[in-house]
Write a new protein. Structure first.
Length: 62
């Protein structure tokens, strides 16, 4: 059985990979939105909000 510390490390690793993936995706979406500027700010705001949620999940809980 895994220790709580190894579960925490695995969860943090997964969350960091997810956050990195979200940043990469946001960059790709921003590049594609150059042709559709009207929708760009709304979509980018949604992506940044989801990235913020992922980063909040990375914060240690006391």
């Amino acid at each position: 059985m895994r220790s709580p510390a190894s579960h925490s490390l695995a969860a943090n690793t997964c969350a960091r990979r997810l956050a990195a993936s979200a940043r990469t995706h946001a960059s790709q979406v921003a590049t594609r939105l150059d042709t559709s500027f009207a929708k760009g700010p709304l979509i980018l705001t949604a992506i940044l909000a989801s990235s913020t949620i992922v980063l909040a999940l990375l914060q240690p809980r006391n």
